[in-house]
Design a protein around this ligand. Structure first.
Ligand SMILES: Nc1ncnc2c1ncn2[C@@H]1O[C@H](COP(=O)(O)OP(=O)(O)OP(=O)(O)O)[C@@H](O)[C@H]1O
Ligand SMILES: [Mg+2]
Length: 250
């Protein structure tokens, strides 16, 4: 079974940034093969990785709703389209889920796609999954078992409290997670002791492993604005800090 590493957490906490840094980390450590999965409908992981999206799985689903060529067995066709959606990047692959289907569309083609996706995912040793803020799509994706799930929080009281709710939600969705982590991102230099204590308290109560308090790094905003992919960030404060945190996983 591949190592599935998934990032969850409320909006804007740093899930995509940390997903991209995880891909970079795995590559640097030569831990391969890697599939990065952008499971957020408002995909932007590709930008952090410096890749252009050609076709999303959502678009393929739309297509399948309309027609499948007669000449080809349906499963083979779906699998072929899925393979065309894989972006072969430098040392890893990327797939973008895009918009989920509307309600009431569970035709055979869609279950073929789910099947083909599962088969595809099994062929990678490392899966890095960037999620949207909600958790529901994990069940849509059939991602109900994973090795590492990292709940990302910002450095605020409300952010840290939300981690507890997400941990409870994960349990209620019956997602089996071998290692459930918590990371507090964007911590300023003078991060208050009360907040780190609160994070520790929630981690203990929810049986989470506290992965790290990652620093606020002004360079990240600059790189984002200039659309510089993580691979070209050099030894920035956040990259260094996240790498030492990720060592606890692999
Ligand atoms: N440690 C950090 N220091 C400074 N800025 C950061 C840090 N981590 C993330 N950011 C910035 O915070 C913003 C949100 O980050 P990101 O897009 O990774 O969050 P997200 O959780 O994926 O958001 P969404 O829920 O919208 O998908 C971005 O502008 C990013 O550059
Ligand atoms: Mg994101």
């Amino acid at each position: 079974m591949p190592n599935r590493i998934s990032f969850a957490g409320k909006g804007g906490t740093g899930k995509s940034t940390l997903s991209a840094l995880m891909v970079n980390y795995l590559l640097d450590r030569e831990l391969k093969p890697i599939l990065a999965v952008d499971a957020d409908p408002n995909a932007n992981l590709n930008e952090l990785l410096g890749e252009k999206v050609t076709i999303t799985l959502g678009e393929i689903k739309e297509e399948l709703r309309k027609s499948v060529p007669d000449s080809m067995a349906r499963y083979d066709y779906v699998e072929m389209r899925l393979h065309q959606a894989i972006i072969e990047a430098n040392g890893y692959d990327l797939i973008v889920m895009g918009q989920p289907e509307g309600p009431g569309c569970y035709c055979a083609a869609h279950s073929f796609l789910a099947q083909a996706l599962e088969k595809l995912m099994r062929s990678y040793q490392y899966l890095v999954i960037d999620n949207e803020a909600g958790m529901e799509h994990l069940s849509r994706l059939n991602l109900l078992e994973m090795e590492h799930l990292i709940i990302v929080s910002d450095a605020s009281y409300r952010g840290i409290i939300t981690v507890e709710r997400i941990a409870e939600l994960i349990r209620s969705l019956n997602i089996k997670v071998e290692h459930l982590w918590m990371v507090v991102n964007r911590c300023p230099d003078n991060f208050p002791r009360q907040l780190s204590d609160l994070a520790q308290e929630i981690a203990n109560r929810q049986n989470l492993k506290l992965l790290a308090f990652l620093p606020e790094d002004p360079q990240v905003l600059k790189f984002e604005a200039l659309r510089i992919p993580v691979f070209q960030w050099g030894k920035t404060v956040l990259k260094e800090a996240s790498y030492s945190a990720f060592q606890q996983l692999f």
